[in-house]
Design a protein. Sequence first.
Length: 344
Amino acid sequence: MDVQYPQNGESNSSVTSNYSIVIYDTQAIDAYDCQNIDELLERADATRINWVTVRDVHDETELIRLFEFFGVDQFVLPDLLDEGRAKFEVEYENCLYLEYMVPYLDPEKGRLVQSGGSFILTTNALILYEHQRHGLFSRTRRRALNRQTHVLEYGPDYLLYLLIRAVIVEHFQHAFKILAAELEVLEDNVLIGRGSEQVYRTILDTREYIKPWNEPLLELEDFLEYVKDAESKFISERVAKYFTKSLQRETEQLLANYDRLRAMLKEVMELHMGNIERNTGRVNQLLTVIATVFLPITFIASIYGMNFEYMPELEKPWGYPAVLLLMAIVAGGLLFFMRKRRWF
């Protein structure tokens, strides 16, 4: 049964079903959606290439049956079910195990969220485990079923390349464009925010928002270095060149884009700190003007506050208003002088 998915992504049954399988060889490609492990194992064909997708299934019994069918040891099961990321070290005796974490734009929240899962590569199968039902690989699945890729000409290692590349091209690049646009908006808010506490909290939230996306790329870079340096029995030499050339180049470009995002965030923080410094400078300037105005007034008041016996102005009826007038003239003159010099 050949399945053609609609152009806007995976079919609804594909996303809601617990399992799906794509079986192909050099001549044909078939796709099936399965609700349980029994149905999937009936469809699986050990003589062809099997792309199995498991969506948020936590039944260990079913997963163990799947592993036994494709010859995968059970020791990967704890890492598979754990949504925390496990670092790639080396491939195992009967499979290559690799986890992924990508940014996904949640349409309900309107924010990027983490979407993760695992790849298990064997000699004749690729098992894709998705922790969330986001349909991250729908476009790659659709293109493969419509024979718009060279997947039929290669083994499951080339399929792994296509899926990882889909993660990078379709999700990381799109996510970084979104983050760059949000940083530009934040920069505008900082410029008009005048160093407010709310703007500072927004900058810190954005920093935490951006920070997680570096580690998955570094993990992927380590995996690509392994493919380049080691002779993997699950990745053929003719497919390894796709990993070590085009995929590694795109990963390095994404890491450079991440560094640019961090640089933009640093510039935004510096703008905010500059606003705070300007606010502090304006306050200090105001206090300096006030102190400068009151300094000569305080000096005059201190002279007439001395308890000398002979101070003729104290006995004159016009003495008090004259001193007040003198103080007003001095203060007004200082304010006029500083205003003319544009000190405030």
